[in-house]
Write a protein that binds this ligand. Structure first.
Ligand SMILES: Nc1nc2c(ncn2[C@@H]2O[C@H](COP(=O)(O)OP(=O)(O)OP(=O)(O)O)[C@@H](O)[C@H]2O)c(=O)[nH]1
Ligand SMILES: [Mg+2]
Length: 510
């Protein structure tokens, strides 16, 4: 049964207790909903990778899992949601809209076949169970490209990610809306490329599509500026003629545009990350690169001008070997590898692979995923769980039952230890645009909700406790007077929460 499953962290545990306590006192439907919330609270964090068509979502999914398992660059784009979760044996399960499931073998290369053996219209989504350790505390969800889909696929995607209707629902299941809120992804990697387009921004604000009723924000969303290798450094101000510097400058610019809907935007060369993480890069690839490095300078330069020249120019390395290198690394990756070989002609294949990994930017992304998502999984999951309970309450036909659920929610939120959830809720209101604050106050609230560490939350890392205590009290007072004097009603709600957050910090520091 669900209730004995492990719930990770005090906030999730508090929400789990709430569900377990109220469940016997509500009707069958709401009880089923609360059961789903409970299941969800003990499951790994659900991280969806979303973005425009062909932005490199599946490539990034493979890099994260460390295996080329999601089909990439399939002539046809990804049409279905695939959830990659931990399992004790590798297996693929195709879930049909009528609720039936069947399993499917991996391709010879160990990937999910693009042909699922049934008409795509009949499929709800694909569950892939893998033994990879990363998936123990993170379920990774690959999604179809935004803007790529016909209405039918949109409806399916939303149903799985949590924003739409659910076909084949029997009477004991939740109604579509609450199912959506319960099933939605809890965190998001938003993959963008070169420029943030209007529809990227729109996608972020309607990111509800991926997270049920919970919009993305600084607490649960990171942006990834992918294909950093394809950025022309001369086209970016501050690019300094160097691709990675240009990518960083562009990421900062995009972050400015997208904040506070994402915590941060990080540049990435997803292809290099995938190749170096998935074990696709072999010693014969390294050997081919050594042979290319040994070519005379003029030939090498010419070949590196374009992909066509790289594969078609006369040279002793066979054309199909070069085509493979291009597929694994693209031109920029090949260039990086050749420079590494120039610097150390005896570099081993393993070392070359790890240099490519370093060049991909994946380490920085993983470390942010750890601090933003894994580190805060408890708060993220608990906030998602609360939103789900609220959605279950909302969909109750019986007013007494609804009131009981609301009372339980309120009861939980007034406990001091649950205040962090109020703060997360306030951040969500801000990031969804429901509340606006002047930039300095916005930064302050983001900081306050952005960490577990008191000195970081107060923006004074390394300061002595006395100074922190004093500052927390000062800001608590300020926010209280802002709440009653200077603020709009919506700002005032947020200000009360911020005031209390400072007050609680002050009390604990003291
Ligand atoms: N040069 C370069 N190519 C990349 C990078 N990331 C992905 N690609 C390539 O871009 C193409 C599309 O990648 P996918 O991962 O299939 O993109 P997707 O977003 O999953 O595409 P859809 O599912 O069709 O929307 C593939 O050929 C990838 O190899 C990158 O960082 N650099
Ligand atoms: Mg894809």
């Amino acid at each position: 049964m669900t209730t004995h499953q492990r719930v990770r962290g005090p906030l999730s545990a508090a929400v789990a207790r709430l569900c377990a306590e109220v469940r016997p006192r509500v009707g069958q439907r709401a009880a089923t909903g609360l059961g789903e919330v409970l299941d969800r609270l003990s499951a790994p964090l659900q991280l969806a990778v979303v973005g425009r068509i062909k932005s490199g979502k599946s490539t990034l999914v493979n890099a994260l899992i460390g295996r080329r398992v999601a089909p990439t660059d399939v002539g046809e784009c990804t049409k279905l949601v695939t959830r990659f979760q931990y399992g004790t044996v590798d297996r693929i399960e195709v879930v049909l809209l009528d609720g039936n499931k069947y399993s499917l073998p991996f391709t010879a290369e160990g990937a999910i076949p693009t042909d699922l053996g049934v008409r795509p219209e009949r499929v709800s989504h694909v569950e892939a169970y893998l033994t990879n350790a990363v998936l123990r505390d993170l379920t990774v969800i690959d999604t179809p490209g935004l803007g790529s889909l016909d209405d039918d696929s949109v409806a399916r995607t939303e149903a799985v990610l949590g924003n739409g209707g659910q076909e084949g629902a029997d009477s004991e299941r939740l109604d579509p809306v609450s199912h959506a809120a319960v099933a939605g992804a809890e965190a998001v990697l938003h993959v963008i490329t070169r420029s943030v387009r209007a529809d990227d921004r729109q996608a972020l604000s309607t990111f509800k599509a991926a997270t049920g009723s919970r919009p993305s924000g600084p607490v649960n969303a990171l942006g990834v500026l992918n294909k950093a290798d394809a950025i022309d450094p001369d086209s970016v101000s501050g690019g300094a003629g160097e691709p990675w510097t240009a990518a960083r400058a562009l990421a900062v610019e995009q972050e400015r545009q997208l904040k506070p809907r994402v915590a941060e935007v990080l540049p990435l060369i997803g292809l290099l990350a995938e190749t170096s993480e998935s074990g696709e890069f072999t010693s014969s690839d390294a050997e081919a690169l050594h042979r290319l490095a040994a070519l005379d300078g003029a030939t090498r330069e010419t070949m590196l001008i374009s992909a066509d020249l790289f594969t078609e120019w006369e040279c002793e390395v066979p054309a199909d070997t070069r085509a493979r290198l291009l597929e694994l690394l693209d031109l920029h990756g090949v260039r990086c590898a050749l420079e590494e070989i120039d610097a150390d002609p005896h570099i081993t294949a393993g070392r070359l692979r790890s240099r490519l990994h370093e060049a991909s930017g994946l380490s920085a992304l993983l470390s942010r995923i750890n601090s933003v998502f894994r580190g805060r999984a408890d708060g993220i999951k608990a906030a998602a769980g609360l939103a789900s309970v609220a959605a279950v309450a909302q969909s109750c036909a019986d007013p007494t039952e609804r009131a009981r659920l609301h009372a339980a929610l309120e009861g939980l939120l007034t406990q001091p230890q649950a205040h962090q959830l109020r703060l997360l809720e306030a951040l969500t209101m801000i990031s969804s645009g429901a509340v606006t604050l002047p930039p300095d106050l916005l930064d302050e609230v983001l900081r306050l909700g952005g960490s577990e560490d008191f000195s970081e939350r107060l923006g004074m890392p390394g300061s002595p406790v006395e100074r922190l205590t004093e500052f927390a009290l000062e800001r608590a007072k300020w926010w209280r007077s802002f709440a009653s004097l200077g603020a709009t009603p919506a700002q005032s709600r947020v200000a009360h929460v911020v005031h209390r957050a400072y007050f609680l910090i002050w009390r604990q520091l003291r």
